[in-house]
Design a protein around this ligand. Structure first.
Ligand SMILES: [Zn+2]
Length: 96
């Protein structure tokens, strides 16, 4: 949309809900570790992998953060890269 050639792919899932899922899953796995002989950790890993496969991906522009959904995956678009993102970040303000 803005002409920026650099795009990245990530999961189209709210970060707040993702953090809540991780915290709840870890708490449940720890709480149930003794009665399940540690299998609660394996169950949480399986649930996380299932969630990762179910949640669709989106393509995001580094420059303007425009989100593109519903397109077939482009193999040229890789996961987020901090070095590329740094090219589009605002420079830090200089102190007078
Ligand atoms: Zn853009």
């Amino acid at each position: 949309m803005c002409g920026c050639p650099n795009l990245y792919v990530d999961k189209d899932f709210p970060q707040e809900i993702g953090c809540a899922v991780i915290i709840t899953g870890a708490a449940l796995a720890i709480a149930l570790a003794r009665p399940t002989y540690g299998l609660s950790f394996a169950a949480m890993i399986v649930l996380d992998a299932l969630l990762y496969r179910i949640v669709p991906s989106r393509t995001v522009c580094y420059a303007c953060s425009a989100e593109h959904r519903g397109f077939p995956p482009n193999p040229r678009h890789r996961p987020h890269d901090l070095l590329i993102a740094g090219k589009y970040a605002d420079p830090p303000a200089l102190k007078p």
